[in-house]
Design a protein around this ligand. Structure first.
Ligand code: SF4
Length: 286
């Protein structure tokens, strides 16, 4: 099948997602499929990797390669996939607790490498799958079953972390803005290097503050990316009443794959490992 003949159906399995009606994950899966289609991605050459969470069930509904891994471990798994075969297009889809709670260590170190992978955080401020406890991205004062008197901690700022650690593409999207989110995801996929998209998405069951009405009053479009990493950092760390969405920062730097000489000729999976003589290497070390 040629790129032109592909349709959205070529990225979809026949099963219906099991999310609650109105869940923000519906908009994310829809935009991500559109973005894969529009960026000319081949489903047979695409891998969707996720951790654990409501949104992390996504690989079940993509007709690509896919795997649901362990809680917080989607990024290292995706890294392994990419290093083994850098011809593959790799999308890592994490929940906010998944990616920025238990997986936060992987999240920050991932951006130091500039692997050509797109990391998405489905950000709804709660652990929806386990009945709505406060997640690390929830704002201070958030009331849930785990913080009935309001959370005492400041929220984890994924955009600031990504910018600080060297991400070469950082964006914020909103699930109900389908056109805008598709465009952002398309550009993130096409970007050569580590891209991060923080997607705001209401959990209609457990987050009674950041609802569709809440975002409707606040979301607006960011005109263009900031010219420097410092400006982008200042933007994402300055509290604002409105919530601008769009590409916050982008720069082009050599990827990890391009800098690793072992990958220059062919992906590691295609290397012929038979008859490799390691005796000289071993002799040096014994
Ligand atoms: Fe979506 Fe929340 Fe339902 Fe999970 S609990 S499927 S995040 S609405």
């Amino acid at each position: 099948m040629t790129e032109k003949e592909r349709t959205i159906g070529d990225f979809s399995t026949p099963e219906t997602p099991s999310w609650c009606p109105g869940c923000g994950n519906f908009g994310i899966i829809s935009s991500l499929k559109q973005a894969l289609l529009q960026s000319g991605s081949d489903p047979d050459n695409t891998v969707v990797v996720s951790g654990i969470g409501c949104g992390s069930l996504m690989p079940y509904w993509f007709k690509t390669y896919g795997v649901c891994t362990l809680h917080g471990r989607a990024i290292p798994f995706g890294t392994g996939v990419k290093i083994a075969n850098h011809d593959l297009r790799v999308i890592v889809n994490c929940g906010d607790g998944d990616g920025l709670g238990i997986g936060a260590g992987h999240f920050v170190h991932f951006f130091r490498r500039n692997l050509d992978i797109t990391v998405i955080i489905d950000n709804n401020g709660v652990y929806g799958l386990t009945k709505g406890q406060t997640s690390p991205t929830a704002k201070k004062g958030t009331v849930t079953s785990s913080t009935p008197f309001g959370s005492l901690e400041e929220f984890t700022n994924g955009e600031a972390l990504a910018i600080t650690m060297g991400a070469t593409f950082v964006a914020r999207g909103y699930t109900a803005d389908q056109k805008g989110l598709t465009e952002i995801l398309k550009k993130a996929i096409e970007h050569k290097g580590s891209s991060f998209v923080n997607i705001l998405q209401p959990c209609v069951i457990f987050n009674k503050v950041e609802t569709y009405d809440f975002y409707k009053e606040r979301v607006l479009t960011l005109e263009k990316p900031f010219a420097s990493r410092n400006e982008a950092y200042a933007f994402v760390t300055t509290p604002q009443e409105k919530i601008p969405v769009g590409i916050i920062f982008e720069e082009n730097l050599p990827t990890y794959e391009e800098r690793l000489p072992q990958m220059a000729k062919a992906p590691l999976v295609r290397h012929d490992l038979r008859n490799i003589d390691v005796s000289a290497f071993m002799d040096e070390r014994t």
